[in-house]
Design a binder for this molecule. Structure first.
Ligand code: AHR
Length: 504
């Protein structure tokens, strides 16, 4: 197979939204406890934060991190997690059938986010709680002082407000599994009233209304319409969540799932814009794709023991998926899908950061490492700067059980006029064939190929290889066959690979 791309700075879509490269820390399984926080670990700092994990997080570099859930937030009392640790209550977390010790809470998260250098994105509980508690939390985090909750924050050790800008109005409220699940009418009204009240406390905040938990929800489309009809003027974003997995050994359909992601995004844009037209609104609602990843949910939802069948324990091992070469290539195509819609998807959070379907893994008392999927994320976060380019592509296509006419080579590109640098991000979806690539660079990046790296199954590996045992088994390596001549970049992309070119 082969593909040709044309890149031209005249065809810029939008600036790369920096919040596109977010991640997610939920009180779920071992994401927080023995993930980012483990007092007593040999690398723990004075606050109990794991320095080995902190170092890896800084390298991967999520630009925004959503917290504290997820399903967890829908039965969470945020004030359990502030004040002296010895006085914090142990609670039942109904979402994950776990014991929550509350030894990690708001201040610990803000301390961690500051050490990472990332923007916090908070969610409020609209499951078991509502408007008043959301306002109390916002007063605690963002009000300067001189009121009950802001003075409590100061007494708890933070003289300055945390200044959190991005707020999720609940989580997956359309899902029957959600504690405090609501109809679209119930949620739309609650989201609208909560948003209005929160804006009275802090007019600078940005608010995300819950969209559908995935595009296969029976209420998908109708949910977004009704929620936005209630809340359009009061919110800034509508959320999307999606998880994908390889089923019944059908890798070709799995490798094409970014097509589903593209359609999902485009359908939500159309739905939000239809509400805009009908309501004669001026502003546009943007998209916050605040949970996305590969997740082998069949293992979780299958016939095995379910969370509710286990005894109540602290931070059990939950959905600690080990990611392969195949998963990394698919995650690369998801990043491409987000980037090519970066004019409207302006916030996105890969779920989750550590251990729980994690970019990173860590063992209690042990080591920490990057999963295969961390590499495409880190590369695009680092190299996608300036403008997103509309990529004109021609090339071979394939059919699978789930999709027809799927481009074998999937590509995106960015161009930064300030630095004169461009980056091209390319997946070869063919399982067994090298793909020839030609990129006509027109007026961008024609003078030097700074680097070409590729992630694929190298010597002695197969597409299922993970970083579980050898933590550096799957990492990007140099693509030695890449050439730049007469304004054309050419390369042979290895079968099932994720390749990144840096040019100037
Ligand atoms: O990320 C894991 C879970 O997936 C989240 O808690 C929930 O929002 C989603 O269903």
């Amino acid at each position: 197979p082969s593909a040709k791309l044309v890149l031209d700075s005249a065809f810029a879509l939008a600036p790369v939204p920096r919040r596109l490269f977010g991640s997610f820390v939920e009180h779920m399984g071992r994401c927080v406890y023995t993930g980012i926080y483990e007092p007593g670990h040999p690398t723990a700092d004075a606050a109990g934060l794991r320095s080995d994990v902190l170092d890896l997080v800084r390298e991967v570099g999520p630009t925004v991190v959503r917290y504290p859930g997820g399903n967890f937030v829908s039965n969470y009392r945020w004030e359990d997690g502030v004040g002296p640790k010895a006085e914090r209550p142990r609670r039942l977390d109904l979402a994950w059938h776990s014991i929550e010790t509350n030894q990690f809470g708001l201040h610990e998260f803000m301390d961690w986010a500051g050490k990472v250098g990332t923007e916090p994105m908070m969610a409020v509980n609209l499951g078991t709680r509502g408007l008043q508690d959301a306002c109390d939390l916002l007063e605690y985090t963002n009000h300067p002082g001189g009121t009950y909750w802001s003075d409590r924050r100061i007494a708890d050790g933070a003289a300055d407000p945390f200044g959190v800008k991005l707020w999720c109005l609940g989580n997956e409220m359309d899902g029957p599994w959600q504690v405090g699940h609501k109809t679209a009418a119930e949620y739309g009204r609650l989201a609208n009233e909560t948003a209005k009240a929160m804006r009275l406390i802090d007019s600078e905040i940005e608010l995300v209304a819950c969209g559908s938990s995935n595009s296969a929800m029976p209420t998908f489309g109708a949910w977004e319409t009704e929620v936005l009809e209630h809340s359009y003027d009061a919110v800034d974003y509508i959320s999307l969540h999606a998880y994908y997995e390889e089923r019944a050994d059908d890798p070709l359909t799995f490798l094409a799932q970014a097509v589903n992601m593209d359609h999902f995004i485009e359908d939500v844009i159309s739905t939000a814009d239809a509400v805009r037209a009908k309501g004669r609104h001026r502003k546009r609602i943007n998209l916050s794709f605040d949970e996305w990843n590969v997740w082998y949910t069949e293992q979780f939802h299958g016939d095995g023991p379910q969370p509710k069948d286990r005894p109540w324990v602290e931070h059990p091992r939950l959905i600690e998926d080990e990611y392969s070469v195949t998963d990394a290539v698919v995650v690369g195509t998801f990043l491409n899908s987000l980037l090519r819609h970066g004019d409207r998807v302006t916030v996105a959070c890969q779920a989750q950061l550590v251990n729980v379907i994690g970019l990173l893994r860590s063992e209690p008392g042990g080591d920490a490492w990057k999963q295969t999927i961390a590499y495409p994320f880190e590369q695009m976060r680092r190299l996608a700067t300036g403008q997103i380019l509309r990529v004109t592509a021609t090339g071979d296509r394939y059919d699978s059980a789930g999709y027809t006419d799927v481009p074998i080579v999937d590509a995106t590109a960015t161009y930064d006029a300030e630095t004169g640098r461009s980056a091209v991000f390319v997946a070869n979806r063919s399982l067994d064939e090298t793909a020839g690539l030609e990129v006509d660079l027109r007026d961008i990046g024609g003078s030097a190929l700074l680097a070409a790296t590729t992630l694929h199954a190298g010597n002695g590996q197969d597409r299922h290889t993970t970083n579980r045992d050898d933590h550096t088994a799957v990492v990007p390596g140099a693509l030695k066959n890449a050439r730049l001549a007469d304004g054309t970049l050419s390369a042979q992309l290895p079968p099932l690979s994720w390749t990144v070119f840096e040019l100037e």
